[in-house]
Design a protein around this ligand. Structure first.
Ligand code: DOR
Ligand code: ZN
Length: 350
C-alpha cells in the first residue's frame, strides 16, 4: 500500500513575488503557511535597488505578516536587490555585511513584468558590480531570457545561455549564479554540466504543464508566465532534473500574483499564482513519476545548502487526499485566480 502521509523538513521558496500594499497583505500568508523562508523578488514599482529600499520593504512584509496573524519569526523574507546599469558596487558590500539582502537579481531590460529599469548590457555596464559580488560571495539570480524582439519567445532561454550566461561565467568564474525558473532541456543540460558555483530553481507549473496548457480549449491566460511554458520534451527534462540527485536544482515557485482583471485582459500580465497550493502542486508533480521520496531534497535541503544557510529544523506533513483548488481568492479589492483553479490535486498540506 502506498503511504498516505509524507512528513518532510519545512521547505523554503527560493523565488517569490510578494508585491506590496494590499496585494502583499493578501498573499503573504499563503507562503508563510508552508515555507519558513522565501527569496523575495525586487521588481516593485519602483524597483528595490538599494539596501535602504530592501530594509524598508522587509519591514512592510513583516507588518503584513503581523496583520494576517503570522507569529513573529515564523517566516523570514530574504531580500534581494534589483541590478541596474548603475548599481553601485558599494551597495553590494553594504548588503553583504549587513545581511539586508542575500542576493542580486538580474532582469534583462524589458524581459518581463516591471523590468524597464533592468540591465541593458551586463558585461559592458555591470562589470565592477559583478566583480564585487564575486569577491564577497553575493549570488546573482538570473532571469535568463534574451530580450531581442527578433528571437522567438520559445527560444529566448536557450539563446540566453549562448549569448549571456556562458560569457558571464567565463568572465566571473567564481560568481555564484542561480539560473531562475528554468524552462528548457537546454537550460537543464547547461546547469547540470557547467563547472563552478551554479544552481537553478524550477517552478511547479513548468513541472506539471507544457505549452499546450496555454491553449487548451481556448486561450487560458492563467497559464501564461515568463519564461513561457515550453514543449513536452522540456517539461520532461525539468522533471528529471528536479527528481534527480543533483544538488543544483531546487524549489522556486515564481508565484507571481496579478489581479484577475489584469490576467483576463486583451494584453494579460505574465505570472502564475501558485503560493496558495505550492507544496501540493510540487507533490503532485513528483508523485506522478513515482518520485515523491525526492521531494524533500528538492524543497528543503538543496536551496539552503547552495545559499550557505542552515536547513530548517521543523517539519510539515502532506496527506495523499484530493484537494479542490478554489476558483478564486480575495486580492485586496479584487480577486486572484490560482493556477489550475477548479482542478483537483492528489495531495494536501495538513
Ligand atoms: O511570469 C512572470 N511574472 N515572470 C516574471 O519574470 C515576473 C513575474 C511577475 O513579476 O509578475
Ligand atoms: Zn519571478
Amino acid at each position: 500500500m502506498t503511504s498516505q502521509f509524507l512528513t518532510i523538513t519545512r521547505p523554503d521558496d527560493w523565488h517569490l513575488h510578494l508585491r506590496d500594499g494590499d496585494a502583499l497583505t493578501a498573499v503573504v500568508g499563503d507562503t508563510a503557511r508552508q515555507f519558513a523562508r522565501a527569496i523575495v523578488m525586487p521588481n516593485l514599482k519602483p524597483p528595490v535597488t538599494t539596501v535602504a529600499m530592501a530594509r524598508a520593504y522587509q519591514t512592510r512584509i513583516e507588518q503584513a505578516l503581523a496583520k494576517v496573524g503570522i507569529a513573529d519569526g515564523q517566516f523570514k523574507p530574504l531580500m534581494t536587490l534589483y541590478l541596474t546599469d548603475n548599481t553601485d558596487p558599494a551597495e553590494i558590500v553594504q548588503a553583504k555585511e549587513s545581511g539586508a539582502a542575500v542576493a542580486v537579481k538580474l532582469y534583462p531590460a524589458g524581459a518581463t513584468t516591471n523590468s524597464d529599469a533592468g540591465v541593458t548590457d551586463l558585461l559592458g555596464r555591470c562589470a565592477k558590480t559583478l566583480e564585487e559580488m564575486q569577491r564577497v560571495g553575493m549570488p546573482l539570480l538570473v532571469h535568463g531570457e534574451v530580450t531581442d524582439p527578433a528571437v522567438d519567445v520559445f527560444d529566448r532561454e536557450a539563446l540566453f545561455i549562448e549569448r549571456v550566461m556562458i560569457p558571464l561565467r567565463q568572465a566571473f568564474p567564481e560568481l555564484r549564479v542561480v539560473f531562475e525558473h528554468l524552462t528548457t532541456k537546454d537550460g537543464v543540460d547547461y546547469v547540470r554540466e557547467a563547472s563552478g558555483p551554479i544552481a537553478a530553481t524550477i517552478t511547479a507549473q513548468h513541472l506539471l504543464y507544457n505549452r499546450n496548457a496555454i491553449f487548451q480549449g481556448g486561450v487560458r491566460p492563467h497559464w501564461y508566465c515568463l519564461p513561457i511554458l515550453k514543449r513536452e520534451v522540456h517539461r520532461q527534462a525539468l522533471v528529471d532534473a528536479a527528481t534527480s540527485d543533483s544538488p543544483r536544482f531546487f524549489l522556486g515557485t515564481d508565484s507571481a500574483p496579478h489581479a484577475r482583471g489584469l490576467k483576463e485582459h486583451a494584453c494579460g500580465c505574465a505570472g502564475c499564482y501558485t503560493a496558495l497550493h505550492a507544496m501540493e502542486l510540487y507533490a503532485t508533480a513528483f508523485d506522478r513519476v513515482g518520485k515523491i521520496d525526492k521531494l524533500e531534497a528538492f524543497a528543503s535541503h538543496r536551496g539552503p545548502d547552495f545559499y550557505g544557510l542552515p536547513r530548517n529544523t521543523d517539519r510539515i506533513t502532506l496527506e495523499r487526499t484530493s484537494f479542490l483548488i478554489p476558483n478564486e481568492i480575495p486580492y485586496g479589492s479584487e480577486t486572484l485566480v490560482p493556477l489550475a483553479a477548479g482542478e483537483t490535486l492528489s495531495w494536501r498540506l495538513v
